[in-house]
Design a protein around this ligand. Structure first.
Ligand SMILES: [Fe+2]
Length: 291
């Protein structure tokens, strides 16, 4: 495994662990974009990340931020700040850190799957979708240029059991927000409090082009469920997705929009792929590096 030379990918913040993963003084080794790194917990709330060379000797010290139940770092000059997700600062929120899950596919397949409502009835049957209600209603997608994010709004889907707190079927409203090539989140209707939204994130640590770790921290409005049951709910969903994701071919994301015929429900994916292509990123795609 060698570190990518993709300058766009190198300039993104990526998750590499979570607060409290090891005791104070402990460390963990992991890989980001082909680069081996070591993260050390230097104090209760303080972390340092260094690159490691082939012999395991520490090299450069990298920037670190601990936010949204994750530790983030970047291998180069970050081209954008971490996104602002205000829900994580609301005092009555339950912040749920469910660790990470390994998935053998490209980061963008993970993002697209997270963005895709059409698979709910087939992959998350009787939970996030019902086999008799498969239609994806039209929704809006826009590129918010001032923050360089993609937002999909006015999404809705009938869900038999939308969350751990749900006690019956409901029409769930969604807003999706793609915040970087390696991060997406959604806001979805809180069961019993339709004026508020649960915030569910997907931060991807690309270890290599088709080898990712997925972190799914959540800021939920739910005074009833146990943390364990909320984690179980999310992991059940995610393991259903992983089977699908690891069987998708090609694993690398084609950015040629004629490669996979889009349907109406794929307007989010089409916008995402176009945005990736315009960014010049090629890591994890079937585009080739500029010679
Ligand atoms: Fe899914």
């Amino acid at each position: 495994m060698t570190v990518t030379t993709d300058a766009v990918a190198l300039g993104e913040w990526v998750a590499c662990g979570w607060p409290g993963k090891v005791p104070v003084g402990g460390h963990w080794d992991t890989v980001i974009l082909g680069q081996q790194v070591r993260a050390t917990r230097t104090a209760a709330d303080s972390y340092e990340v260094f690159t490691l060379d082939r012999t395991g000797t520490p090299g450069r010290q990298l920037p670190v931020q601990s936010r949204y139940c994750c530790i983030f770092t970047t291998l180069s000059e970050p081209k954008r700040p971490l996104p602002e997700i205000s829900e994580f600062a609301e005092p009555d929120r339950r912040l749920v850190n469910s660790g990470c899950v390994g998935v053998n596919t490209s980061p963008y397949r993970l993002i697209e799957n997270f963005l895709d409502m059409a698979h709910f009835p087939f992959v998350h049957t009787d939970i996030l979708g019902a086999e008799e209600q498969t239609e994806v209603a039209s929704y809006k997608v826009e590129h918010r240029k001032e923050v360089d994010e993609i937002w999909a709004t006015d999404c809705q889907f009938f869900q038999p059991a939308a969350s751990k707190a749900a006690t019956g079927g409901q029409m769930t409203k969604y807003v999706y927000r793609i915040m970087s090539p390696f991060s997406i989140m959604l806001y979805k209707t809180v069961h019993g409090d339709p004026g508020r939204n649960d915030a569910i994130c997907l931060f991807i640590q690309p270890r290599d082009e088709t080898d990712c770790l997925a972190y799914m921290p959540m800021a939920l409005v739910d005074a009833v469920s146990t943390t364990e049951s909320m984690i179980d709910f999310q992991q059940t969903i995610f393991l259903q997705d992983r089977v699908i994701l690891e069987n998708q071919r090609p694993a690398l994301m084609p950015l040629d929009l004629t490669a996979e015929i889009p349907t109406k429900a794929d307007v989010g994916s089409v916008t995402f792929r176009r945005w990736l292509k315009q960014s010049g990123i090629w890591f994890g795609t079937s585009e080739k590096a500029a010679a």
